[in-house]
Design a protein. Structure first.
Lengths: 130, 119
C-alpha cells in the first residue's frame, strides 16, 4: 500500500526535478519510495508510530527543493536525449504529412487530366477525406 | 548541535570515493550504501540521502558504476549498483590521492604546531 505522506513528498521533490522522460520519472519515484520505506521501517524498529516514522524518514531525506535541485542537473542528459527524440519524431511527422499532401495533390491533378481527356467534369476534393 | 561545516565539505567532496569503496565488496542498493558508510565510520559519516543519488547518477554517467533492477524475495525490486572495472581503477586513484592529501595536511599541521612564534 502506498503512503499518502510519502507520495506527497515525492510529488514535492518532483516539482524541482524538472520534466523527465516518463520511464526515468517512474524509476526515480520507485527507487526513492523504496529508500524512504526502508528508512520508515528502521524508524519503526526504534519504536516510532507509522506517521512519526514517515516524518522522520522525510526529514532525513531532506528538503524537497534542495533534494530536487541537487538531482536535477544529473538528468540533463536524459532531458536532452528526450528532446532530441521528440525533434526526430516531429520531423518524421512533418515529412510524412508533407509526403501525404504531395500524393493527394498528385492524385487530384491526375483526376483533372483524366476527366479532361475524356471530356467529363472534375469533382474537386470529392475523394479527399471521403 | 550545529553540524561541522568542514566535515560537511569533506564529506561532500569524498562522497564518490566512499560510494566506490563500499561497492568494491559487492553490489548494493542506495539505502544499503548509505548505511554501510555509516557503519564503517561508526556513525561519523552520515551520507545524506539527498546527496547520495546525485553522486550515484554522476558515477553511472561516468561508467564507474552500473545500475540494474533486481527482484527481491519479498516481491519488491531494487535498483542495485555495481562497480565497473573503470570504477575499480578510479577508486585506486582516488584512494592514493586521498592518502597523499592526508599526509600533506598532517605535515603542515605538525609544522605549524612545532614552529616558533615570530618575535
Amino acid at each position: 500500500m502506498q503512503s499518502n505522506r510519502l507520495e506527497e513528498y515525492l510529488d514535492a521533490v518532483e516539482q524541482h526535478l524538472g520534466r523527465l522522460p516518463e520511464r526515468e520519472r517512474q524509476e526515480w519515484r520507485e527507487e526513492t519510495r523504496l529508500h524512504l520505506l526502508a528508512l520508515v521501517e528502521a524508524e519503526e524498529e526504534l519504536g516510532r508510530s507509522r506517521s512519526e516514522a514517515e516524518e522522520a524518514a522525510i526529514r532525513r531525506f531532506g528538503d524537497p527543493e534542495q533534494v530536487g535541485s541537487l538531482l536535477r542537473p544529473s538528468y540533463a542528459g536524459s532531458r536532452q536525449r528526450a528532446a532530441g527524440e521528440r525533434l526526430v519524431w516531429t520531423a518524421f511527422g512533418l515529412a510524412s504529412s508533407t509526403g501525404a499532401t504531395f500524393l493527394a495533390a498528385s492524385l487530384i491533378a491526375l483526376q483533372y487530366d483524366y476527366l479532361r481527356s475524356i471530356g467529363g467534369q472534375p469533382s474537386p476534393m470529392a475523394c479527399v477525406g471521403s | 548541535m550545529k553540524p561541522d561545516a568542514t566535515l560537511g565539505e569533506l564529506l561532500k567532496g569524498n562522497t564518490p570515493t566512499l560510494i566506490l569503496c563500499v561497492l568494491s565488496e559487492g553490489p548494493l542498493h542506495g539505502y544499503a550504501i548509505a548505511r554501510e558508510v555509516e557503519r564503517r565510520s561508526a556513525g561519523a559519516l552520515a551520507l545524506g540521502e539527498g546527496s547520495l543519488y546525485p553522486a550515484l547518477r554522476a558515477l553511472e554517467a561516468d561508467r564507474l558504476v552500473t545500475a540494474s533492477w533486481e527482484n527481491e524475495t519479498a516481491g519488491r525490486r531494487r535498483k542495485v549498483y555495481t562497480l565497473t572495472d573503470a570504477g575499480r581503477l578510479d577508486l585506486e586513484r582516488r584512494s592514493r590521492t586521498w592518502r597523499d592529501f592526508v599526509r600533506a595536511v598532517e605535515s603542515v599541521l605538525k609544522g605549524s604546531s612545532d614552529a616558533k612564534q615570530p618575535a
